[in-house]
Design a protein around this ligand. Structure first.
Ligand code: UDX
Length: 438
């Protein structure tokens, strides 16, 4: 295997995972970030994000001398006399005005390193970017001797290291076949199927995959609604669907709607992309609308459970929210469906107390305005008119539901993840309301 000199610009969850995992595959990696305090923390082996296995890989890489952290992209270019053979761009591409991906950070980095990249270097775009960005990056670089390829990441938060080291596939796209092959070779030890293609196709794979996943979830959530209305059981329905190999059991779990840092951003960007290409992508529009409605449906479930009426008032009703992050296993609140449901409940006048195993009350987050966060689920439930499970943290299953029943004012749990064992909740004295489980 060739050991390559690699620079990774951006140490967010994609960049840091990429850097640490490539170092673990034997490459020499320098990671750069613009945040001086973060670089200092990384040098001390301190990791800001909750990502299983990442701290260990970072420590191993640093101890082996294969992983270094520097301040700024320029330092990464000058880290060795020869400069990097491959440079990964792993900087944020936030959702800008009207859902269009904001590429200003990518552009700023390209401008910074333009004259510093050694001849023969390959620039790899790992950030999720609109189709055409690799070509635009090549134009901005204006260097015939530097190739640009797209190599989308498919990492899930909470299992990013596992996903990186056990990929379902590697996708690399670029106009220069040898540069794309060189990037694919970095992952050779992982033995994953590799798709070598042009840059626009590689860029589209990421959007097409994430939008498909979002569509799958919106579909399941809509079927769950139908189950509620028809008296069917969504767990049995999805199990029956999932044995069909063309469908599969994964990603069929109904919930309060999908969220996180990728699916909402990528579905919006796909709509923009289609729009710009003069194509009305109605399926994606319906996928997003179904997700927005799913959150409202959760509020209607709470309203009905608490007031006994469809249009009943939630004004000053105390509601306990169990789980606030966008999924279990992460401390990330970005585009969390739990927060969207919380905002709707607040608009309806409810008083909200939240508990999440990954959040500390002494570290308030701006997105949590209007939710009193406590560090004890029993305290959160005190005097509540309903407990609403919004994130699928496994520990909620083993709570003492009898003890919870004693502290609430009404023992009703609305389980938007169908997480709990209904029999356990009922034995504890709770009325259990799931979704698609009429
Ligand atoms: C996703 C993609 O899975 C990953 O490939 C891509 O690189 C980034 O976006 P992530 O955002 O970490 O990863 O979360 P994921 O585990 O996919 O969950 C997304 C949302 O869907 C969460 O809100 C989650 O709770 C929800 N979800 C997921 C369900 O409601 N049901 C499921 O069965 C699976």
């Amino acid at each position: 295997m060739f050991v390559r000199r690699i620079a990774v610009v951006g140490t967010g969850y994609v960049g840091l995972t990429t850097g640490a995992c490539l170092a673990s595959l034997g490459h020499d990696v320098v990671c750069a970030d613009v945040d001086a305090a973060k670089v200092e923390r990384l040098r001390r082996g301190e990791i800001d994000i909750l990502e299983p296995g990442l701290a260990e890989l970072v420590a191993e890489g640093m101890a082996a001398g294969r992983l270094t952290f520097v301040l700024g992209a320029t330092s990464a270019m000058r880290h060795t006399a020869e400069g990097p053979e491959v440079m990964f761009l792993c900087v944020p591409t936030p959702m800008g005005v009207g859902g269009v991906a904001d590429l200003s950070i990518v552009e700023a980095v390209v401008e910074e390193v333009r004259e510093l990249l050694p001849p023969g270097c390959v620039v790899v775009n790992k950030s999720t970017v609109p189709v055409g960005t690799a070509e635009r990056t090549a134009e901005l670089l204006g260097r015939d001797d530097v190739a640009v390829v797209s190599n989308p990441e498919f990492l899930r938060e909470g299992s990013a290291v596992y996903d990186f080291l056990n990929p379902d596939r590697i996708v690399v796209g670029g106009s220069q076949q040898d540069a794309a092959e060189r990037v694919a070779a970095l992952y050779a030890r992982l033995g994953a199927p590799t798709v070598l293609t042009d840059a626009p196709s590689a860029e589209l794979v990421k959007y097409a995959a994430n939008c498909f996943l979002a569509m799958k979830l919106s579909y399941v959530n809509a079927v769950a609604e139908l189950c509620d209305r028809l008296g069917a059981d969504i767990t049995d329905v999805t199990e029956g669907m999932g044995y069909d190999k063309r469908i599969g059991q994964a990603f069929l779990q109904p919930g309060p709607g999908w969220g996180g840092s990728c699916l909402p951003k990528d579905t919006s960007a796909m709509l923009q992309l289609a729009d710009a290409a003069d194509f009305e992508f109605r399926l994606i529009r319906a996928t997003i609308d179904t997700n927005t409605r799913q959150r409202q449906r959760m509020v209607e479930k709470v309203r009905l459970a608490v007031t006994g009426k469809r249009g009943g008032s939630l004004s000053h009703k105390r509601i306990a929210l169990f789980g606030l992050t966008f999924k279990a296993g992460t401390d990330d609140l970005r585009d969390s469906p739990a927060l969207a449901v919380a905002a709707l409940l607040r608009q309806a006048g409810a008083d909200l107390v939240g508990y999440d195993p990954a959040l500390r009350p002494d570290n308030p987050h701006p997105d949590l305005t209007g939710v009193t966060v406590v560090d004890d689920p029993y305290l959160a439930a005190k005097d509540a008119e309903a407990v609403v499970v919004l994130t699928e943290w496994p520990e909620f299953r083993s709570l003492d539901w009898s003890r919870l029943a004693e502290s609430v004012s009404r023992p009703t749990v609305i389980d938007t993840r169908n997480l709990l064992d209904p029999a356990v909740a009922r034995r504890g004295g709770f009325e259990w309301i799931g979704i698609g489980k009429s």
